[in-house]
Ligand binder design. Structure first.
Ligand code: 5GP
Ligand code: ZN
Length: 114
C-alpha cells in the first residue's frame, strides 16, 4: 500500500522507532505515546483492519498477542499489568488504516475507556 504510513515504516521508507520485528510482525514505539510504554504491534502485511483478517491468516492475531506479552515482560510492565487495544473503524477510534494493536502500560488504566 503506497499511501500507508505503517507500510512505509515497515519498508524502511520513513523512520520508525522499531522495538521488535520478525518475519510476520513489527512493533514500533508510538510517535505520540499515551502511557509510559506505548508500543504498536502490527503485521508486515497490509491488512486495513480487524474486519479484513482472512480465515487463513487468523494466526497472525494470536502471534501479535504473544509478541505483546513478550514485549510487556521486556519493558517491565508485566507484573503490574498492562492493556492491549485494537481500535477498529471510525467510532472505534482507528486513525491509521493498517491493523495494529496498542500495548499500553506503566500507569493505571481507566475503565471504561473514553
Ligand atoms: P489508532 O488511532 O489507529 O488506533 O492508532 C494509530 C496510532 O499511530 C496513534 O496512537 C498514533 O499516535 C500513531 N502514529 C501515527 N503516525 C505515526 C507514525 O508516523 N509513527 C509512529 N511511530 N506512530 C504513529
Ligand atoms: Zn499498510
Amino acid at each position: 500500500m503506497s499511501d500507508c504510513i505503517f507500510c512505509k515504516i515497515i519498508d524502511g521508507e520513513i523512520p520508525g522507532d522499531m522495538v521488535y520485528q520478525d518475519d510476520r510482525v513489527v512493533a514500533i514505539n508510538d510517535i505520540d505515546p499515551k502511557a509510559p510504554v506505548h508500543i504498536l504491534i502490527m503485521p508486515k502485511k497490509h491488512i486495513p483492519s480487524l474486519l479484513e483478517v482472512e480465515q487463513e491468516e487468523q494466526n497472525i492475531l494470536s502471534h501479535i498477542m504473544m509478541v505483546a506479552a513478550r514485549l510487556a515482560r521486556e519493558k517491565g510492565i508485566s507484573e503490574k499489568g498492562f492493556r492491549v487495544v485494537n481500535n477498529c473503524g471510525e467510532e472505534g477510534g482507528q486513525s491509521v488504516g493498517h491493523i495494529h494493536f496498542h500495548l499500553l502500560g506503566g500507569r493505571y488504566m481507566q475503565w471504561p475507556p473514553g
